[in-house]
Design a binder for this molecule. Structure first.
Ligand code: S3P
Length: 434
C-alpha cells in the first residue's frame, strides 16, 4: 500500500504542466481505431485508465504503437474488430467500459468487459438500456447490469434516446454504436455534459448536429484517421489550482490546460468563491480550446453549487469541497447524486476525508454542505479513489503539520507525475510503503 507523507504549510510557487486530458485521450484512441488510416496522438495520457484503452484495442485486433512521443493507432476501417480471446480489462475506468461497449456493439463480435473492484460496483444499465434498444445483446449482473458486462454486437438500428442522466459516457456510447447504423442516432440529456465526442467526431469527418440538449450523429459514419493533440487535463489542473488558492503564500501557473466550456464549471465555482484565478489567452488546438491558468492565495466566499454547473464540474467537486473549507461561510453542493456512482461514492468519501481534517460536513442525498472551520493534519485512507487521494494530499499541504494519505497508488490511473509536480512547486511530499 502506497502512503504519501505530506508536510504542509509551505508556500507553493511556480509553473507546471499536467498530463493529457483523460476524456480526450480515450476518445482519440477509440475513434482512431475504427477510422480509415492512421491516427497520431500527441499528449496522450499515459495513466493506467488510458493505457487500458490501448490494451483493449490491441485485444480487439487493432494495431497500436507507442514510441513515448506519440501514440499511433492503425484504424481498422472496413476490416472490423475481432472477437478478443479473453475478457477486456478496463482497470478502474468507467469511461473506457462505457465507450468501448458502444464501439464493440457496432460489430459482429462478442466481448466481455471487466475491471477492478470499483468497476464491479458501477451501474452499466445506463448503457445496456439504449444499446439493447439498438439491437445489441448486453448482459451484466443484476438489475443494474454490473460488470463483468458481455456485449454481442452486430446489425444495429438507430435510436432517439432520452437519457435520464447527464452523462457524456452514455451519450458517447450511443454515438459510437450509432456510427455503424443507417440513419440518425440522437441523444437528449437533462443537462449538457462534456462535448469532446461531438467535437472529435466532427474532426474525424462524421456528421454531427446539435440542437439544444439533443445531439445527433448520422450513420454510417465514415471516419478518417488524423493527428490529434491532447490538451492538459483540467480535472488534474484543478488540484494544483486549489493548492494555489488554499496553501498560504502560493502562486501557481498550470500551462496549456484544456478549457472546453463544458468542462470549466470548476473555474466558474472558484470565480464565484472570489478566488484569484486568471486565464491566459485561449489558443485553439484541434477542436479544443487551451489556455494557461494561474491561481494564488485569496479570501474565499461560501457558495451554492447546483444545476447545470454540476456536470460541468463533476470530477472536480471533491477538490471544490476542499476549497470550500477555507471560505467565510458554508458551501452547499446539490443536484450531484451522480457523485454516488463514481470510482467511489464521492459524497460519502469526500465527507469522510474532510471530516478527518476536522471539517464539519453534512451529507445529503444529492450533495453535501461544508462548514468552514479550523483544519488540522490527518491520517486518511483514499479508499482507492484517485481524486479523493489527491484531494487529501492538497488538504495536507494546506495545514501545518504532517498528514498521511494512505492507498495512493490509484493516483496513477489519471495523474502520473502528480507528486513530482507538487514537489517542483516546493511541496514536501514523500512516498512510503506501508
Ligand atoms: C467522462 C464523463 C464523466 C466523468 C468521467 C469522464 C467522459 O462521467 O465523470 O470522469 O470522459 O465521458 P459521466 O458521463 O458518468 O458523468
Amino acid at each position: 500500500m502506497k502512503t504519501l507523507i505530506v508536510r504542509g504549510g509551505r508556500p507553493l510557487r511556480g509553473c507546471v504542466s499536467v498530463p493529457g486530458d483523460k476524456s480526450i485521450s480515450h476518445r482519440a484512441a477509440l475513434l482512431g481505431a475504427v477510422a480509415e488510416g492512421v491516427t497520431r496522438i500527441t499528449g496522450f495520457l499515459r495513466g493506467e485508465d488510458c493505457l487500458a484503452t490501448l490494451e483493449a484495442l490491441r485485444a480487439l485486433g487493432v494495431a497500436v504503437d507507442d514510441n513515448g512521443h506519440e501514440v499511433v493507432i492503425h484504424g481498422i476501417d472496413e476490416e472490423g474488430l475481432s472477437t478478443p480471446r479473453g475478457p477486456l480489462c478496463v482497470g478502474n475506468s468507467g469511461t473506457l467500459l462505457r465507450l468501448l461497449a458502444g464501439l464493440v456493439a457496432g460489430y459482429p463480435v462478442e466481448a466481455t468487459l471487466d475491471g477492478d473492484a470499483s468497476i464491479r460496483r458501477r451501474p452499466m444499465d445506463r448503457i445496456a438500456i439504449p444499446l439493447r434498444s439498438m439491437g445489441a445483446r448486453v448482459s451484466g449482473a443484476g438489475d443494474r447490469c454490473l460488470p463483468p458486462v458481455t456485449v454481442r454486437g452486430g446489425d444495429l438500428r438507430p435510436i432517439s434516446y432520452t437519457s435520464p442522466v447527464a452523462s457524456a459516457q452514455v451519450k458517447s456510447c450511443v454515438f459510437f454504436a450509432g456510427l455503424r447504423c443507417h440513419g440518425v442516432t440522437s441523444v437528449t440529456e437533462p443537462r449538457p455534459s462534456r462535448d469532446h465526442t461531438e467535437r472529435m467526431l466532427e474532426g474525424f469527418g462524421a456528421v454531427v448536429e446539435r440542437n439544444g440538449l439533443t445531439v445527433s450523429v448520422l450513420g454510417p459514419g465514415k471516419l478518417q484517421g488524423r493527428a490529434v493533440r491532447v490538451p492538459g487535463d483540467i480535472s488534474s489542473a484543478a488540484f494544483y489550482l486549489v493548492a494555489g488558492t488554499v496553501v498560504s503564500g502560493s502562486s501557481i501557473t498550470v500551462q496549456a490546460v484544456g478549457v472546453n466550456p463544458t468542462r470549466t464549471g470548476f473555474l466558474d465555482i472558484l470565480a464565484e468563491m472570489g478566488a484569484p484565478v486568471r486565464q491566459g489567452p485561449i489558443a485553439q488546438e484541434d477542436a479544443e480550446p487551451v489556455a494557461d491558468l494561474q491561481s494564488e492565495e485569496g479570501a474565499l466566499r461560501g457558495v451554492r453549487i447546483g444545476g447545470d454547473l454540476v456536470p460541468r464540474a463533476i470530477d472536480e467537486l471533491p477538490v471544490a469541497a476542499l476549497a470550500a473549507c477555507f471560505a467565510d461561510g458554508p458551501t452547499r453542493i446539490q443536484d450531484a447524486a451522480e457523485l454516488r456512482v463514481k470510482e467511489s461514492d464521492r459524497i460519502a468519501s469526500t465527507a469522510r476525508l474532510l471530516a478527518s481534517f476536522g471539517v464539519r460536513v453534512e451529507v445529503e442525498d444529492d450533495g453535501l454542505v461544508v462548514y468552514p472551520g479550523r483544519l488540522g493534519p490527518a491520517m486518511v485512507d483514499s479508499g482507492g479513489d484517485h481524486r479523493i487521494a489527491m484531494t487529501g494530499v492538497i488538504a495536507g499541504l494546506a495545514v501545518s503539520g504532517e498528514s498521511r494519505i494512505r492507498d495512493t497508488a490509484c493516483i496513477a490511473t489519471s495523474f502520473p507525475g502528480f507528486v513530482e509536480g507538487l514537489c517542483s512547486l516546493g511541496a514536501d511530499v514523500e512516498e512510503a510503503d506501508d
